[in-house]
Design a protein around this ligand. Structure first.
Ligand code: NAG
Ligand code: NAG
Ligand code: NAG
Ligand code: NAG
Length: 216
């Protein structure tokens, strides 16, 4: 009896245990451990959410901060000085107000360039722009003084037009400038870029002023 009672409780206990084990494994296959599952799935959601948020942050960072925009070079005004003209020649000094705007999240360092004035395709005045730099999201203004000399002898090809324009009192001109340089973002990204200014205007000999200034 004692042995039976010692054996019997053991037997069912063992059986029970094994059946419980098989039950547990069955449960595990059908629906693996319910409590840790909700915790791990919540965890997974948080990880995914974090990844998505991080991707969005990186995307915004990439689009806004790392995207290199070409700095703009604008001609805001042109002052006319020392204008002298004869029927076939012209001497004048233009003071061009040039504005360089760097929209990037990093400085723009540029090499020297030229501001050139053209009459049709002929160069009638050039002035250098020194090298320099504009800070992150900053504007820089420069006054560029350009001495212009033009005569129909020098403009052999366009001399007919030039004499006619002087006679009419309105000389159409084009001003062009180019600044090559590098934008440096987040201390590691360097990108070559070129700021270009291309403007058309007319010099009115009567008013001794620039009119119809139009930039591309
Ligand atoms: C323009 O300047 C040149 C050189 O300084 C001079 O020889 C010429 O006579 C000037 N022309 C006019 C129209 O002032
Ligand atoms: C600027 O103009 C000068 C004289 O015409 C020329 O020698 C020089 O190469 C030009 N510089 C640039 C950067 O275009
Ligand atoms: C450029 O010239 C204009 C007009 O003379 C003046 O108001 C401005 O302060 C000058 N800018 C620079 C940077 O010298
Ligand atoms: C040149 O300027 C004068 C004086 O301001 C003006 O009367 C004239 O209409 C201008 N010429 C042109 C072609 O716009």
């Amino acid at each position: 009896m004692e042995e039976e009672s010692r054996l019997n409780p053991l037997k069912p206990a063992r059986k029970y245990h094994t059946s419980n084990e098989t039950f547990a494994t069955d449960e595990l296959i059908k629906n693996p451990s319910p409590k840790p599952q909700t915790r791990s799935s919540k965890c997974l959601v948080y990880i995914l959410l974090a990844l998505v948020l991080q991707s969005i942050a990186l995307l915004i960072f990439g689009l806004v901060v790392l995207r290199i925009k070409t700095p703009t070079l604008q001609l805001s005004a042109v002052a006319v000085k020392d204008l002298h003209n004869e029927p076939t020649s012209l001497n004048v000094t233009f003071v061009a107000e040039v504005r360089l705007h760097n929209m990037n999240f990093g400085r723009f360092k540029f090499r020297g360039g030229n501001t050139t004035f053209f009459y049709e395709k002929a160069t009638i005045g050039v002035t250098g722009i020194y090298d320099g730099q504009v800070g992150s999201r900053e504007k820089r203004e420069m006054n560029v003084s350009v001495k212009v000399m033009a005569s129909d002898r020098q403009l052999s090809e366009n001399s007919m037009d030039f004499s006619r324009d002087i006679d009419l009192g309105l000389i159409k001109l084009r001003s062009f400038a180019m600044l090559k340089g590098e934008v440096r973002v987040v201390k590691i990204i360097n990108r070559h870029t070129t700021a270009v200014m291309d403007c058309n205007m007319a010099l009115n000999l009567t008013s001794q002023a620039i009119q119809d200034l139009l930039c591309q």
